[in-house]
Design a protein around this ligand. Sequence first.
Ligand SMILES: NC(=O)c1ccc[n+]([C@@H]2O[C@H](COP(=O)([O-])OP(=O)(O)OC[C@H]3O[C@@H](n4cnc5c(N)ncnc54)[C@H](O)[C@@H]3O)[C@@H](O)[C@H]2O)c1
Length: 347
Amino acid sequence: MSGKIKIGLWGIGRSGWLGHLAEIDRFPEFFEVVAGCDLIKERSDKLVERYPGAKGYTDYKEFLADENIDLVSVATYSSEHVKHAEMVLEAGKYLFLEKPIGVNYAEALKLKELEAKYPNKIFIRHNRRFEAAFNHLLEIMDSGILGEIYEVKLCRHRFQLRNDWQTIKACNGGQLNNWGPHLIDHAIILMQSPIKEIWSDLKNTVTLGDAEDHLKVIFRGENGRVIDLEISDCVRIASPVYTVYGSRGSLVSYNEKEFEISYLEPSESLPPKGAKSESPAWTSGYGGEIKLNYINKTIPVAPSNGAKMTDIYGRLYKAIKGIEKFPITLEQALEIVRVSDLIRSQN
Ligand SMILES: NC(=O)c1ccc[n+]([C@@H]2O[C@H](COP(=O)([O-])OP(=O)(O)OC[C@H]3O[C@@H](n4cnc5c(N)ncnc54)[C@H](O)[C@@H]3O)[C@@H](O)[C@H]2O)c1
């Protein structure tokens, strides 16, 4: 395929209209929106207004038969992702599939079969992989300034009274399928080791539907690291989005715009292990005897790889054109669904 990639957007809702199209618009040299399909006619009409020359469809069969479309971005309801993925591939198009890639592991495995049948055609939209703060955090962890990382907390706290399909169990709503795929992806990467154990708690609190709106998952890795993940629609006073504890320092970020870091001067060494069993002097206090120098600073979020959450379509273009590998693999996305199933089975 030479030149621009011609996109058809399937599902022109919040994710389609506000997410996909805004991201595609960042790369006018790479993509042309040639079609959109939604059950709601006003939505496909709006797409045609936004991209004059594009075709609007309400019938997906006609949409998929449009020979002008190279790639279909699927942003329909979660419960239909696997079915729609198969139809897109059968129609001979490239597939860009929204999260969750499937609503359970058994159905998501169908995508593995499809990948074997249609190699190099499936791409997954775990767009939060490119979040700037997440990328910068990994760099800081890898730099060693925080020492041995033993715990990471990931929190996405809000207080909101949602009442849409994403809050209804029968529609496969709930935060495990909604924000879960993004943050389970982050947790797996931040663990930097295979996961050994998972404990979880799902609650339905203030949301108007019956699905979980408060989710806590604790992962322990084979390396001993703990990742503590919370996604909630029922927290009025939000915890930091990121908290990291290491043997030489810690870090927090409340807003993903800056990190507060406090860490031991790199030239300082922690004293060797060896405690004294006798009773110390009354004046010795509780742990204040050993004085070390620490650096306290606030740094702006600015990963050296320049990652931005809205990068994903640029990466998709380069992958389809064979310029670079797409960083999100189907195997990784399947593992997220497998972990989600395990969490569901614990609750
Ligand atoms: N990656 C992200 O950051 C992100 C963000 C939001 C939502 N999502 C995902 O995107 C998907 C859609 O979520 P949303 O919030 O946009 O929902 P939404 O209800 O706002 O939009 C869904 C749209 O799909 C249309 N649709 C459904 N079935 C269709 C069909 N068979 N043919 C044509 N159109 C159809 C609906 O009419 C609606 O316009 C969900 O799976 C959600 O998990 C991902």
